[in-house]
Structure formats: C-alpha cells, structure tokens
Design a binder for this molecule. Structure first.
Ligand code: VTB
Length: 451
C-alpha cells in the first residue's frame, strides 16, 4: 500500500491493544473486546480515507461496531477495504494468557484484495519462508511435517507445530505425535500461532488445524506481507453455510485456497500484542497509576540494528509510561546489574509510603470512639489521585478493600441513602451472593474487633 502512512494503521492496533490491555486477566472478555472495538473504531474514523469493513465483528444486526459493511474514515482519500479483529483471543485476554493480539489487514481498492470470508471454519496450514513451495494441505499431515523437517534441515523430532487445543484436532495431534513431531497446543488464537510460524526465530515451525475463516484471511495477509506459505480449505457446518459462502466468494468454495486467493496485491498487515510484549505491561502499569523501571538485559551484546529498533520501541514505551527509569544491564558480564536493586528500592519508595507507624497515624488517620480510620478531610481520602483512582490500591487498608460491605451499610435505608449515591462501583463488577456479603461484613468486623 504505497503512498499511505503505514504507521497510522499501526497506531490503530496499538490503540486497540492498549485499551483492551486494561482488562487483561480480569475475566471479562466482552468488556475487553468492547474496549478494543471502541478504540479501533475511533482511530479508523479519524483517518483520511473511505474505508469499508470487509471482515469485522459480525453482521450489522449482530455487532454495533466494526460490522461487515460499516463505512469508516473521514470520507476523503483512498477507498480502503479493511479486515479487523480488534481483540483476537478475547478469552486469552480475559484469562491473562499469552497470544491475544489486536490486528488488522487493509487493501486499497483496485491495488490489493482481501477475500470476504463468511464466519465459518477453515482448515489451515501455515509455514515460514524456508518451507515455501513444499507443503500440500491435501496430503496427510505427517507427510507435510516430514517435508518441512527436510526443508528446515532438522529432524521431525525437532519440529514444532502449533494447533488449537480442540477435540476436533485429536486425530491430527495423534498423527503428528506418532510421526515424532512435537505439538504446541494453544487454548485460542491460531492467528498468533500462524504469525509465530512465519518467524524463523519463534520456535514454532508451522500452524495446522481448523480455526475461524475470518482469522484465516487476516493470516493470509500476514503471510503475504512477511513471506511464507498458507493453504486452506473452507469447512462448512451445513448447506446453508456453503450457500452463504458461495454468495461471498468467487469460484469453487470447496477448492484448496492458496494464500493469494485470500490476500493479494498491495496489502498491509498490522498487529499489536495484548497479553505479551511491552504494551500489555504498560497498560496495566497505567491502570494501577504506578511507575516503572525498565531493565534492558544483554545491552552490550546487541548489534547496531537491534539497538536502533530497541531505541524506537523505547520511545513508545517512554510516552506510554511517562518516562520510566531505564537501566542498561548485562546479566552475562554483570555490567550494571548492581544498580538494579537500589533502583527497584527507589521505585518502591516513590510509590508506597514507608513511614513509621506513629507518623502514618499522625499524618493520615483519625481516632474516633475507639476506631482508627483514614482521615477524609483533605478534602477526600489523602490517597485519592487526580485520576480518581486509589494511589495505594494494592496495599489499601482493609476498611477500603471491604467497603461497602460493612455491617452498618447492610440496611436498606443506609444502602440506598448513603452507599448508592456515593459509590460509583455499585451495580458493576461481579455479583456477590447474600452469604458472601454477610461473610465479608462479619470478617471485617471480627478483624477490627480483634485489632
Ligand atoms: C477460532 C480461531 C481463533 O477462536 O476462530 C477460534 O481462529 C474459535 O474456535 O483464533 P472454536 O469455535 O473451536 O472455539 C480463536 O481461537 C480466537 O478468536
């Protein structure tokens, strides 16, 4: 996609990744997906282009944002077709496990092509550049893996194939293992596995198995951009799915699809990690309102090119985290390592109070009727930050951690008159059962009484 600012698209996936990274590990896949969608849509809409979503969150009636056919952009500039997956691996994000990414592929109409795949399954095989020209999805997987081993100059025993962990893959997994191959099972996200397969240094040699067809088209865009090979077969649940596909795809829908049948010409591919890489960490650090120190290991061993790439990513991190302290160290030669502990200590001191108890009590607490509590006269809690978040959240006092489940709040009038109007979290987050609420209140009280 010449003449277009590629970095704009990278910022789109970065924005989506950053937005969803705030939900990493929180068990809320829908919230994470929504955050990614909103961020991605806002960014795309601000770009000078007439864009149409060709692969997105679903059909218009089932997805409010980034649905197939949605027009985005400022309405001037080139006509661009965009395939998006704002959060590929919503479960991975919700569970805090690796491989969740924000991803998109784009093609200027007339210059590039992205297949409009229906939301059905697709059997895929993806390999990196060294295995280009040797795979064939119609032959048994054990044959493909033998050919791959030969091309890679290693034993089958050293080959690693990534596969989605699903019952439908039992036979495939068994066949590969019987052939001596190693299988890397992932709970979700075959697109990330495919990206790893394209990178000769990732340790994954190939992707096999059945995943989503829309993800397959975005994978084909990645293959086109980085080199490597992909072949696929559409898998239909029933005739209705096949008929629908026939209306969307040119040619025989039961043929072997080569990567170029799904993405060809001038195509752009952009992806940003959500649950791995610096952005995810940056997101959670910001979420907690904390500071960060970054240690760059093996600094003295990396070559000029890598140093430059590192400096560039450092600049991004620098903006995201508001100037984190950076240490260049080398665990191998020991250079700079002695600075790590004092720097970590300093960081801790800056973000958590280290005060003798007497001073803490005098500065931040009041004693009333035999109870010691945080003083709220400053004008609010002394630890409330400008962004309305708790400045000492991970170490906040019990009274805050258990609020509003205090015994005195568990009366309807008190709840309605003083808790509901003052607590922005009411009605959000997980639902607690009555027994649980009572248990928290009881424990809270016992804790204070025993104090
Ligand atoms: C596939 C795969 C994706 O979800 O769509 C999968 O391509 C859904 O498969 O990468 P199941 O119906 O078997 O759960 C992902 O793993 C994540 O979006």
């Amino acid at each position: 996609m010449d003449g277009y600012n590629h970095l704009d698209f990278l910022q789109v996936t970065e924005a989506a990744a950053l937005a969803s990274s705030r939900w990493v590990g929180k068990g809320k896949r829908d919230e994470a997906d929504l955050a990614a969608c909103e961020a991605m849509r806002t960014r795309l809409n601000a770009m000078e282009m007439c864009a149409t979503i060709v692969i997105g969150e679903g059909e218009r009636d089932e997805a409010p944002m980034l649905y197939i056919g949605e027009k985005l952009g400022r309405g001037e500039g080139p006509n661009i077709q965009i395939a998006v997956d704002p959060l590929e691996g919503t479960n991975l994000c919700a569970n805090g496990t690796p491989n969740a990414i924000a991803v998109l592929a784009a093609a200027v109409e007339g210059e590039g092509f992205l297949m409009h795949a229906p939301d059905c399954y697709m059997d895929k095989i993806v390999v990196g550049p060294e295995c280009q020209g040797i795979i064939d999805i119609t032959v048994p997987p054990r044959i493909n893996v033998r050919l791959m081993a030969k091309a890679l100059g290693k034993d089958v025993d050293e080959c690693i194939i990534g596969i989605l962990d699903r019952p439908r893959h039992e036979e495939l997994i068994q066949e590969l293992r019987d052939a001596g191959c190693r299988v890397h099972l992932v709970p979700d996200g075959d697109l990330s596995v495919a990206i790893a397969a394209l990178d000769p240094d990732s340790g994954i040699d190939g992707l096999m198995g059945i995943g989503g067809a829309p993800e397959g088209v975005i994978t084909a865009a990645a293959v086109l951009c980085t080199g490597g090979e992909m072949q696929a077969l559409m898998k239909f649940k029933d005739d209705a799915e096949r008929t629908r596909a026939q209306g969307m795809i040119e040619g025989d829908v039961d043929r072997v699809f080569q990567g170029e049948d799904m993405a060809r010409g001038q195509v752009l591919f952009a992806a940003t990690g959500v649950t791995s890489g610096d952005l995810a960490i940056a997101g959670s650090i910001r979420e907690l309102g904390r500071g960060a120190m970054v240690a760059v290991n093996k600094w003295d061993l990396i070559d000029e090119d890598k140093r430059e790439a590192l400096e560039n990513s450092w600049e991004r991190l620098d903006q995201l985290l508001d100037r984190p302290q950076r240490l260049n160290v080398s665990a191998l030669s020991g250079r700079g390592v002695q600075k790590l502990l004092p720097a970590a200590e300093e960081l801790r001191r800056r973000f958590y109070l280290e005060l003798p108890t007497a001073e803490f009590l005098a500065r931040y607490c009041v004693a009333e009727e035999g109870w010691v509590s945080l003083r709220m006269d400053a004008p609010a809690c002394p630890f409330l930050q400008a962004d309305n978040r708790c400045g000492i959240y991970p170490v906040r006092p019990k009274q805050c951690a258990t609020w509003p489940f205090w015994k005195e709040n568990l009366r309807l009038e008190v709840w309605e008159e003083s808790v509901v109007p003052t607590c922005p979290g009411i009605g959000k987050g997980p639902l607690h059962s009555a027994e649980e609420v009572e248990r928290i209140a009881r424990e809270n009280e016992e804790w204070y009484e025993g104090d």
